[in-house]
Design a protein. Structure first.
Length: 179
């Protein structure tokens, strides 16, 4: 009887380990990719921003891809200043884009993450880490700053992932990931 209970316990522990491994297996193999599009209705932060906004004036959409499936998404604008609103982000990305057309094609020195969402547990944290690595490798971006909504969830997410609170605005809050 003791032997059977011990074997059952071992089997149960193995099954739990297998389940945990399969839940987080995708994290090891995920890669950061630039996306041409995304379903903006899935965006819980800024669903009102259409695909044209997200892809105009050098703005980009990045996703974490694993086995042809996207597990997390982050949208960026590139500026030379820190915006306090989406309207300012729009104007500043246009300005940085137009300046870049006359220079070296590198748009802005600051990457502004204005929305992020995850379809799978752990995706948000991982995409922040991957984007951080990408920006650190770039030869022209020197800051990673968020334009986050005024929510405790956004605040806790960024602070728990290593960001520092930069400023709290009327409609938004900015956090900075030190490069």
């Amino acid at each position: 009887m003791k032997t059977i209970k011990r074997k059952l316990k071992i089997l149960k522990e193995r099954n739990i380990k297998k389940k945990l491994n399969s839940i987080f297996e995708w994290i090891k193999g995920a890669e950061l990719v630039e996306l041409k599009s995304c379903d903006t209705n899935e965006d819980p932060v800024r669903p009102e921003l259409d695909l044209i906004f997200r892809r105009s004036y050098g703005r980009k959409i990045f996703g974490l891809k694993y086995k042809k499936e996207i597990y997390a998404i982050m949208c960026f604008g590139f500026t030379n200043e820190v915006p306090k609103t989406i309207k300012e982000l729009d104007l500043m990305t246009k300005d940085a884009y137009l300046i870049s057309a006359h220079r070296d094609q590198n748009i802005g020195q600051i990457a502004i993450a204005y929305t992020i969402w995850s379809k799978k547990k752990g995706g948000g944290k991982l995409i922040v880490k991957e984007v951080f690595k990408m920006i650190k490798k770039s030869n022209y971006l020197n800051r990673l700053i968020t334009l986050s909504p005024l929510t405790e969830m956004a605040r806790n997410f960024h602070l728990n992932n290593g960001a520092v609170e930069l400023q709290v605005n009327e409609e938004t809050q900015n956090f900075e990931y030190k490069i």
